[in-house]
Ligand binder design. Structure first.
Ligand code: NAG
Ligand code: NAG
Ligand code: NAG
Ligand code: NAG
Ligand code: NAG
Length: 647
């Protein structure tokens, strides 16, 4: 962990003058166990809150999104601190007058890579995450020793907006059930934040979850529907009713239909919750975007797309939706709605088609992409062993013998995490994919180069499969032979793209066996200028990928995330205006992993003014809906699947 990418300097905070210091001495926040409500400054208090993850919304738009939440009548926002993201800015909410319910981790789930835990924790392979494992606790103690003291001035009683702090997250759904660990966190949080702070836990609404997730002294709250409050009462016979995650929508996975939860159902349930005087947090109020490589995954392995729209009241791009106005109306029955105007939906602009040109294949550009050169190893090494935690690594070896007949290249232990793009002497052969395809037939002469570009598609964010190693995590065989003597190239793609990747020229080979399906993974580039003479440009936009298959895209060095229109349901990617420039052309870089439309004719990507995250590309609809994943909670599946008429 000492080689971790943790850079304390990157934490940015608002200046202290946002704190309400004069009145700090009169400010208090606590729980009245006799009367079953929270006490704020000594008076009964109930909060109506919404989730926003600051790591999923460009900093440029934080204020716009928070104002929209304020105008919906919310008292508070709830946010996670993704330990592996390392950036936090709580002052802004105070300026706008929203309270903050802080979910400080260390584990957050959240459909976020490894549930927010840093991958470097896996350097000791046998580490038991989220338990009293000594290496794990040492890392937690170090991180919380940085984070929590910075949060302390922002506690409500100290003049800041933070009324409550969550310890861990849905711990009752985790196998470890380690009370010593929860007690340790409780002590650590009190040590840094003081004894007055209201600490809480959140768990799925069943006795089973609360058994391992709740601890005396940590206020136990639940996720879900109104009936779930009965379960909360099992753990907290007195005190305010709290639903910490009332789901306004639901998450997506690549290859599954986009989740939609009807507005009237959500509005009706919210009304029921509020009419009981309960506290509620709407998860999500705005979902946002999994930029770069930040998405997580569930088991059996299925990763989440770039959009985290969530069918929430504010769209991925912060747009006001029918759901927003419906929930605002419900909230208006209980809270005074602010009279200021609601910030409008930001305009979107269709910049049109941009012609793309090929720069070269990953193999051709290897010298630039892997400045450190290869690491040699008899057996394959994982990303963590290479100390490269995200993105792509190229694994190269040679054919140990002549394979003139199609010979199976396969991963007996399903150890390709998560997708490998296979080429022989630069000619693409096919793809191995975790949990889906463990074997392809290849041919080649003894000594031919066998390249496998391995993509980390996002670490499992939930459950016992959190220890999610990436790369080739077990040996591969070619026919009867175990492949050895690897040259492993860590790829520093993001910084190379940031500095400008140059063309290597030369025509690449196309697939021998199946020319139409695959091309070797390659980089493409294009530029476009913001039109002049039109007011208020640049504006937000969406990118469409006509004829492209799967890959990663950057604009001006900003990693927008993964695209995979052939698998869906997400077809366009959100581009926030703050990454675009008007003063000079904007640079686009695409890494296409499978097949681009760039052949003899010109090929392009296209900027459009409407999102498409709802493509219906899938047969066997009912079967896919009923996919029985280990999601962050059990009950939501029941509710949502019922809503969709699954049973
Ligand atoms: C592979 O086949 C070539 C002929 O195509 C032959 O010259 C070579 O000796 C063979 N190598 C091995 C290791 O069998
Ligand atoms: C691989 O080739 C063998 C015959 O050599 C064939 O039986 C098998 O179906 C092929 N597998 C794939 C995945 O193409
Ligand atoms: C590959 O196999 C060798 C020999 O059996 C073993 O020592 C090694 O741990 C294996 N490597 C991986 C990554 O599974
Ligand atoms: C685009 O790339 C060119 C050439 O590398 C560079 O000079 C320019 O600064 C880049 N533009 C932006 C907006 O990053
Ligand atoms: C997604 O598609 C379904 C079916 O066509 C439609 O009912 C739903 O409104 C769409 N949702 C969004 C967010 O576009």
């Amino acid at each position: 962990p000492l080689s971790s990418p943790w850079i304390p300097g990157r934490l940015k905070f608002m200046p202290g003058n946002l704190l309400d210091t004069q009145t700090a001495s009169q400010r208090s926040f606590g729980i009245d166990y006799d009367k079953n409500y929270f006490l704020k400054d000594g008076k009964p208090f109930r909060y109506i809150s919404g989730s926003i993850h600051y790591s999923r919304v460009p900093r440029y738009y934080w204020k716009d999104r928070l104002l929209k939440m304020k105008m919906a009548g919310l008292d508070a926002i709830q946010t996670y601190v993704p330990w592996n993201y390392h950036e936090f800015k709580p002052g802004l909410a105070n300026e706008i007058g929203l309270l903050v319910i802080l979910r400080a981790g260390p584990y957050i789930c959240a459909e976020w890579d490894m549930g927010g835990l840093p991958a470097w924790l896996l350097e000791r392979e046998s580490i038991i995450l989220r338990s009293s494992d000594l290496d794990y606790l040492a890392a937690v103690e170090r991180w919380m020793g940085v984070l929590l003291p910075k949060m302390k001035p922002y506690l409500y009683q100290n003049g800041g907006p933070v009324i409550m702090v969550q310890v861990e997250n849905e711990y009752g759904s985790y196998f470890a059930c380690d009370y010593d660990y929860l007690r340790y966190l409780q002590k650590l949080f009190h040590h840094h934040l003081g004894d007055e702070v209201v600490l809480f836990t959140t768990d799925g609404a069943s006795k089973h979850y609360l058994r391992c997730g709740a601890l005396q002294g940590l206020y136990a709250t639940v996720d879900f529907a109104p009936a779930a409050f009965l379960t909360q009462r099992g753990s907290e016979p007195r005190g305010p009713l709290v639903n910490s995650e009332f789901y306004t929508g639901w998450l997506d996975h690549w290859g599954h239909p986009h989740s939609v939860v009807p507005t009237n159902t959500i509005a009706k349930t919210l009304d029921e919750i509020l009419s009981r005087g309960a506290n509620v947090n709407m998860y999500m109020f705005i979902g946002g975007t999994n930029f770069a490589y930040w998405n997580g995954a569930n088991m059996p392995y299925a990763s989440q797309p770039t959009s985290y729209d969530y069918d929430a009241p504010l769209s991925e791009a912060g747009d006001l939706t029918d759901k927003y106005f419906a929930l605002r109306e419900v909230i208006g029955r209980y809270n005074h709605l602010p009279e200021d105007p609601i910030p409008p939906t930001t305009p979107k602009y269709a910049y049109g088609r941009v012609t793309m040109e090929k720069l070269g294949t990953v193999a051709e550009l290897l010298g630039d992409l892997s400045p450190s050169g290869p690491i040699r190893s008899i057996y394959p090494l994982t990303f963590v062993q290479l100390q490269q935690y995200f993105g792509f690594v190229l694994y190269r070896t040679t054919f140990p013998k002549n394979c003139s007949e199609p010979t199976p290249l396969f991963s007996p232990l399903n150890g390709v995490h998560d997708r490998a793009y296979v080429s022989v002497d630069g000619v693409p052969q096919g793809i191995l994919e975790r949990g889906k395809s463990n074997m392809i037939n290849i041919t080649g002469k003894a000594g031919a180069n066998l390249d496998m570009l391995v993509e980390n598609m996002g670490r499992v964010n939930y459950g016992r499969y959190n220890n999610d190693f990436k790369g080739l995590v077990s040996n591969l065989s070619l026919g009867q032979v175990t492949l050895i003597d690897w040259e492993i190239y860590p790829l520093d793609i993001d910084s190379v793209v940031g500095h400008g990747l140059n063309s290597k020229g030369g025509e690449s080979k196309t697939s021998g066996g199946n020319p139409s399906r695959y091309a070797a993974p390659a980089f493409y580039t294009g530029r476009f200028s913001i039109p002049s003479g039109i007011p208020d440009l640049p504006q937000d936009t969406y990118i469409k990928f006509p004829g492209w298959t799967k890959g990663q895209i950057w604009i001006n060095g900003f990693n927008l995330g993964r695209y995979w229109p052939v698998r869906g349901p997400q077809v366009t990617l959100f581009v926030p205006s703050n990454i675009l420039v008007s003063s000079s052309p904007n640079n686009i870089t695409v890494l296409e992993l499978e097949q681009s439309p760039c052949g003899i004719q010109k090929c392009a990507i296209e900027f459009v003014d409407k999102p498409d995250i709802n493509a219906t590309l899938f047969p066997g609809r009912a079967q896919l809906f009923c996919f029985w994943y280990h999601l962050c909670s059990f009950h939501v599946r029941v509710i949502l699947l019922t809503l969709r008429g699954c049973f």
